[in-house]
Write a new protein. Structure first.
Length: 326
């Protein structure tokens, strides 16, 4: 790699044995350069292997939400620069994401993951978390850092190495439960969604369980139901494919609206019943009891018919809503 054709702008991040640099190439295009710090030993070897793996994976990918591979040589990896701020930094700067924002991010991530999983040799990302999600201009969502990604082959019985981030990683990433697959990424996606709306430390099993079982303030049970299915310990109990997750993310607002409608109908029916009882009681009191009773008896068939017609309309409306959102 000709390092002279890249001009450094600033350091984007630094940690372990690697550094990420924002630079500009000879044509004026902004790029990200990832390089390994000069050192030796097991950590250096692991960092180099991760960078080589990322270069190999990215060479075969072409998606607007994934940085394009440019070149790799001698411990330097050059990639397309993905402008924006990580979801992790967004939380630190502005607080938690709303349910709508988190659902939108998750839906865009299912598109990226769906692309990876649909490759002739599927790519399993394995490290989905807020720090690897970049929120760019116009709400564009990108996925960065493919150092722990792997190619999925049916013939493999297990991963060559247990990699991932504790808390976000699925049980099979550390439990010797066979090789990771697309359902592993679905688990990571679910834990990421929960973190975006609750701020929970995914390594805190008790708090994660408490939020999934007891709910998160301001978050609908329908959204939490999606998270719960994504993060089942047994992968057989999770969504089979990210397309199923995407379908639920698109349809759950309708289910949420229908639940609210049902609640309003129940309240309305209960209120009508109370009003009916009160009206009957008042009409039966005092000296005009017999006259009122006679008048009420005359009106009762009409009242019953009107209440029946209202109920038919409500049932028809709810049936239509169920048909549209079922």
């Amino acid at each position: 790699m000709n390092r002279g054709k890249y001009m450094k702008i600033k350091t984007l991040g630094e940690g372990g044995n690697g550094t990420a640099i924002l630079a500009r190439d000879s044509g004026g295009r902004k790029v990200t350069i990832k390089r390994i710090k000069a050192s030796e030993g097991p950590d250096y070897c692991a960092a180099k292997k991760s960078l080589e793996n990322e270069a190999q994976i990215l060479r075969g990918l072409n998606h607007p939400g994934i940085p394009q591979f440019i070149e790799y040589q001698g411990g330097y990896l050059v990639l397309e620069y993905m402008p924006g701020v990580s979801a992790e930094k967004k939380i630190l700067q502005k607080g938690l994401f709303t349910e709508k924002e988190a659902a939108d991010i998750a839906l865009k991530l299912t598109d990226i993951l769906g692309y990876l999983h649909s490759k002739k040799i599927p790519v399993i990302y394995r490290d989905l978390k807020p720090s690897n999600i970049v929120i760019g201009p116009g709400g564009k969502v990108s996925l960065i850092d493919f150092g722990t990604a792997r190619l999925y082959r049916k013939s493999d019985r297990a991963d060559t190495a247990n990699l991932g981030t504790l808390g976000y990683a699925a049980p099979e990433q550390y439990g010797n439960l066979g090789q990771t697959d697309k359902r592993t990424d679905i688990y990571c996606l679910g834990m990421t969604m929960l973190q975006l709306v609750s701020g929970v430390d995914p390594r805190d099993d008790e708090m994660v369980f408490a939020y999934k079982a007891g709910g998160v303030k301001g978050i609908s049970p329908e959204f939490l139901k999606i998270i719960d299915k994504c993060t089942r310990p047994d992968r057989e109990d999770r969504f089979e494919d990210v397309s199923e997750v995407a379908a639920e993310l698109r349809s759950y607002p309708g289910k949420k609206k229908l639940r609210k409608i049902r609640g309003c109908v129940k309240v309305a029916l209960a209120s009508a019943a109370v009003s009916f009882v009160l009206a009957f009681g008042i009409a039966s009191a005092g000296e005009i009891q017999s006259v009122a009773a006679y008048g009420f008896e005359q009106r009762l068939p009409i009242i019953r018919e009107k209440m029946y017609n209202v109920r038919i309309r409500i049932d028809g409306f709810m049936g239509k809503q169920l048909g549209e959102n079922g």
